[in-house]
Design a protein around this ligand. Structure first.
Ligand code: WTA
Length: 631
């Protein structure tokens, strides 16, 4: 919604005084006039072993290539280039264990040693350029080493979030034909062990491709090791194969860097492909400008490395800028709801990037918890994943940021790889709006016919220009790439979000306009949850919708048609919820399940989720003329 009377929040004096870019309007104007010159200048701040011949080649649009002819490697810029200068002994990573008893720190020099060691191990196990390695690890430094080690030798990483279950993991490993998987014996979740190794064993039991499983010791839990397939990482590193230098492979700018599976409207999750060259330029520049990141900063992105935020703004963006990052293994409320605040105080965090759902859940515990801590090291805050409601925005701004720290509400997607709509530190902010398009980008809000809607009206959000960190397609599925993103409004990238633009050009994201649900900022496709429900023996057919939820943003509500004779009891509902947790992920568990006789469908057999949603919300169900009369 665009509120009637918006309280514009001007930047504090200290922000203005320190700003690296005091006049983002002027820079935005220059970048707007010549986006390619802007991006070429950003790219030139990084190292390339061969210069690019062209900034952008759009001759085969929507298959765009950025910096064709150029050769580079994101690791060269994220790690190697810092070793030659004063950052060599600067901390790249500070990590704290969930129980707080363990701290591990890595300078850039030490990070390079770890990455080199893992890269040597991967190479010795036969991993080479273009091979896809699946990584299923907890929030521990090894997940960074693994991702960087893959990139260093030209392999492609495919990280699967540590909370996914065996079925979801198997689908992703099989689809990417990984020969090697990196995992851990277990992970810590609120004081207990999640058996990662057991989950992976189940996922790869009949895998036609996986030859080796590298296991990092984390929890010390008892696990079964297959003597032919499984290797303790700790054992491998003591072998001669792990020793010695490992060159960083010069890659073509367009060579793939990673795959990341994400949910879409329909069907199986899609593998988003990102490439070395453009991705490094986009994440480098956005981190630099939007977080105004500096050498003296201590930066904390709370997102798990398993999500795109953990890739672009956890790992790569900060390292490309030579920043010091903080990583915490645990969650915000264990053992008490002051956990994050105490870490910010203790480690002197200056930039803190998190999600609205976390802010809302911490808000519920009251400000007494953060008020016990000195949070004055903070200078800038960030939010991502879903719209932030003004109430949460103000709490974050006042209680956490002391009224002094600007909040960068950054809108972007797994597909975009980098921020597309976001404020700049010195920009006056409107709580609840993600600000304006990033340098070089323009957006529009369109109606069904492709006309721009009047100022302030809601419509489909599209991006008008290509950008360097854009995804290079869907793995092995060009047609789906074209159909999903580029067909509805030719020439424009369809975001799938609904939005409004106000008279100052500030964008207000309403939410997904498709069948994607954002639960606590996690992206979940209705089709995946429905498929998991359908696999329960008592369910004939299921439909799920996202309903507004005070803390999670959206919650999943399900409808199920049961097999004849099944008893629609509370116990069965609970069993189906558990089934979804086990077969997909606990984050995809429906909050409620209604048992129904049938589901409303169109004549062509598509489930009309819009009708179910309207009914659940007690709203007018609208035009039902295309509905199947039998249903
Ligand atoms: C939503 C996460 C409002 C949006 C980086 C988008 C947001 C989807 C914001 C992508 C924001 C992300 N304000 N909505 N600042 N950031 N979204 O791929 O609906 O997990 O389409 O990427 O998150 O989710 P994804």
């Amino acid at each position: 919604m665009v509120p009637e009377n918006i309280d514009l929040v001007p930047p504090s004096r200290s922000v203005v005084e320190q700003a690296s870019v005091p006049d983002p309007e002027a820079l935005g104007e220059r970048a707007g006039q010549d986006p390619l010159a802007f991006w070429a200048a950003e790219a030139a701040e990084l190292e390339w072993s061969e210069p690019w011949e062209q900034v952008l080649d759009d001759s085969a649009a929507p298959f765009f290539t950025w910096f064709p002819g150029g050769r580079t490697n994101i690791v060269r810029n994220a790690v190697d280039r810092h070793l030659a200068g004063p950052r060599k002994n600067k901390l790249a990573l500070i990590w704290v264990s969930e129980d707080g008893k363990e701290t591990r720190t890595y300078s850039f020099h030490a990070l390079n040693r770890q990455v080199t060691q893992m890269a040597n191990v991967l190479k010795a196990m036969g991993v080479g350029k273009g091979d896809i390695v699946t990584i299923y690890l907890p929030r521990i430094p090894e997940i960074w080493f693994a991702m960087l080690a893959c990139a260093k030798i030209g392999a492609v990483h495919s990280v699967v979030f540590g909370g996914y279950s065996a079925d979801a993991l198997r689908d992703r490993i099989d689809a990417s034909e990984s020969k090697l998987v990196i995992t851990a014996d277990g992970s810590w979740i609120n004081g207990s062990v999640f058996p990662m190794k057991d989950v992976i064993d189940e996922a790869i039991r009949f895998s036609p491709t996986v030859e080796n499983l590298v296991v990092v010791r984390r929890t010390g839990s008892e696990v079964t090791m297959d003597p032919l397939r499984d290797h303790w990482y700790g054992d491998l590193t003591s072998l001669p194969i792990a020793k010695g230098p490992c060159p960083t492979e010069p890659m073509a700018a367009e060579d793939p860097l990673f795959l990341l599976y994400t949910s879409g409207s329909t069907g199986q999750p899609k593998a988003i492909v990102h490439a070395h060259g453009g991705y490094q330029v986009g994440t480098y520049a956005t981190t630099k400008y939007v977080f105004d990141i500096r050498d003296e900063d201590r930066y904390w992105c709370t997102a798990d490395p398993g999500w795109v935020t953990g890739h672009s703004y956890g790992l790569y963006g900060p390292l490309l800028n030579g920043a010091t990052s903080f990583m915490f293994e645990g969650g915000p409320t264990f053992p008490y709801p002051n956990r994050w605040w105490s870490l910010i105080e203790y480690y002197g965090i200056s930039i803190f990037y998190t999600a609205p759902t976390a802010i809302r859940s911490l808000m519920r515990f009251g400000k007494a918890w953060p008020n016990r801590h000195d949070l004055s090291s903070l200078r800038l805050l960030g939010s991502v994943g879903e719209p932030i409601n003004p109430e949460a925005w103000h709490w974050f701004h006042e209680v956490i940021g002391g009224g002094e720290c600007p909040i960068m509400d950054t809108w972007w997607q797994t597909e975009t790889g980098m921020f597309q709509i976001c404020p700049q530190p010195v920009m006056p902010l409107k709580p609840g709006s993600a600000g304006r398009p990033f340098y070089g980008q323009e957006v529009a809000v369109l109606d069904e016919q492709g006309n721009e809607v009047p100022t302030g009206a809601e419509g489909m959000l599209v991006l008008k220009h290509p950008w360097p960190a854009m995804f290079r397609g869907l793995y092995h599925d060009d047609q789906r790439y074209i159909d999903t993103y580029w067909s509805k409004y030719p020439g424009y990238y369809l975001t799938g979000d609904s939005a409004r633009i106000d008279e100052d050009g500030y964008v207000w994201i309403v939410g997904r306009a498709d069948d994607v649900i954002k639960v606590s900022g996690h992206r979940i496709g209705t089709a995946e949850v429905e498929a998991a429900m359908d696999s329960h023996p008592d369910v004939v057919e299921a439909a799920v919708v996202g309903l507004p939820h005070e803390v999670k943003g959206q919650s999943i509500h399900a409808y199920a048609v049961l097999r004849p004779g099944a008893n629609g009891s509370q116990e069965l509902a609970e069993a189906i919820r558990l089934h979804v947790a086990q077969h997909l992920s606990p984050i995809a568990k429906p909050d409620g399940i209604d048992f129904v006789e049938s589901l409303p469908k169109t004549r062509s057999g598509k489930i009309m989720r819009r009708v179910l949603k309207a009914q659940a919300l007690g709203e007018d169900v609208g035009d039902l003329s295309t509905m199947d009369t039998e249903a």
